[in-house]
Write a protein that binds this ligand. Structure first.
Ligand code: AMP
Length: 421
């Protein structure tokens, strides 16, 4: 019986790899411009890292992690996101020693036991950045700009930036109490998830996807009305820079992360034409995270962009570039001697850095020419017994249909000139 890939996973087939390479190239380009350097961390980590780095009361940790014991009895988890790993690596490798602000980016697979649907998978890819070591709101603005400019550079336009501040451990407790007082009379009406969030993590009630909970949260107290002076000044500065830089945003008091180490700025970029899964980027400040993972108190901020969603958006808007794959020269060989000679010549052409192919099935001239066309060959080199004898090749330019008899030595120089034109 055929074995299919696990639910929620997708093969990236050869025809689509070019799109991924295109995205990855854009990511590398923009990160170079903004001074973010690539980091690659392991796909799995000690489970403990995510318990601390994401938070035991979050949906990701409670319901979505791929956790397994290894053969030595350690509990390991496939990374559901990359921030905790980046921070672990920053601490373990003492990256802070070299620079006061460490700016990192990553891209790769993440794993969550999510309910698969369009734009939601169990293995998906994120591009994300982290800036560690600087509290200045300018960094928040830089990070937001990087996310938006990346998406814009791909041609996406209908982007909406949602912005909020989630305060800090100084101002949040009073807000939590206000929120609990607001929801207490509605307790019985909340979904079971929100009932358990009420005591542990009441801010999360605000971004519950359940429509009834959403309706009940209308009129809830807003955290931005409860910020301490420091958080308020920070938030004001972020907003004034964004205005100065002509970056439109919408204040969204339902945009929250309920854990203590998330602080101040929280943002999301939505691409509304995507419908239900319209969030393409999510990010924010996490000034308490490094300490949570065992380091000295160090501010940090980052975002993650879901690349499958970006590709869906680009596809929808027909913004994916046509990437043509072709072969510089296709060898059409007639007879065994010609096949051998073609093979040798093909290797020479490949060694010169050009793409060469031939048909290994010993088919007719017509069938081989068909293959050459299918492979979008720029040139076809035809070798029969006569050509082998007088060490010549019939070279056909597929664009102009021009055909010429040349000697072996002329092949590479002619191809090198020809493929450039
Ligand atoms: P998060 O790490 O949950 O803040 O998510 C950041 C971004 O990753 C989201 O805005 C989505 O674009 C993307 N994302 C999150 N979960 C999934 C998933 N299961 N499948 C595809 N993309 C996802």
């Amino acid at each position: 019986m055929l074995i299919n890939g696990p639910r929620g996973t997708k093969d990236i087939l050869p025809d689509t790899v070019a799109q991924w390479l295109y995205l990855e190239e854009r990511i590398r380009d923009i990160c170079r411009c903004y001074g973010y350097r690539e980091i690659r961390t392991p796909i799995f980590e000690h489970t403990e890292l995510f318990l601390r780095g994401i938070g035991e009361t979050t949906d990701v940790v409670e319901k979505e992690m791929y956790t397994f014991p290894d053969r030595g009895g350690r509990s390991l988890t496939l990374r559901p996101e990359n921030t905790a790993s980046a921070v672990r690596s920053y601490l373990q490798n003492k990256l802070y020693a070299a620079e006061s602000i460490v700016k990192l980016f990553y891209m790769g697979s993440m794993f969550r036991y999510d309910r698969p649907q369009a734009g939601r998978y169990r293995e998906f890819h994120q591009f994300g950045v982290e800036a560690l070591g600087e509290i200045n709101p300018s960094v928040d603005v830089e990070i937001i700009l990087l996310a938006i400019e990346f998406l814009r550079s791909l041609g996406l336009e209908a982007l909406v930036l949602h912005l909020n501040s989630v305060g800090c451990p100084k101002c949040r407790p009073a807000y939590r109490e206000k929120l609990q007082a607001f929801f207490r009379p509605e307790m019985a009406e909340l979904c079971t998830d929100c009932q358990s969030r009420f005591a542990r993590n009441p801010l999360r009630i605000l971004d519950c996807k359940n429509e009834h909970c959403h309706a009940l949260s209308q009129g809830a107290p807003r955290i931005t009305d409860c910020l301490c002076d420091e958080c308020k000044a920070h938030f004001d500065k972020v907003q004034s820079y964004l205005k100065e830089l002509d970056v439109p945003f919408e204040l969204d008091s339902n945009l929250v992360r309920g854990l203590d180490y998330y602080t101040k700025t929280a943002f999301e970029v939505q691409y509304t034409p995507l419908g239900a899964q319209s969030a393409v980027a999510g990010g924010g400040r996490y000034d308490g995270l490094v300490e949570e993972i065992g380091g000295d108190a160090t501010p940090g901020i980052g975002f993650a962009i879901g690349l499958e969603r970006v590709l869906l958006a680009l596809e929808k808007q027909e913004l994916l570039p046509e990437i043509e794959e072709y072969v510089d020269v296709f060898f059409v060989a007639l007879g065994e001697a010609a096949e051998k000679t073609s093979f040798k010549l093909m290797q020479k052409v490949r060694a010169a850095g050009l793409a060469a192919a031939m048909d290994f099935a010993g088919r007719s001239l017509k069938a081989q020419m068909k293959q050459a066309n299918k492979k979008k060959s720029r040139f076809v080199a035809i070798l029969g017994e006569d050509e082998v004898k007088d060490t010549s090749i019939t070279l056909k330019n597929m664009k102009t249909s021009e055909q010429k008899k040349i000697v072996f030595e002329e092949l590479i120089p002619m191809l090198s000139v020809g493929v450039k034109n």
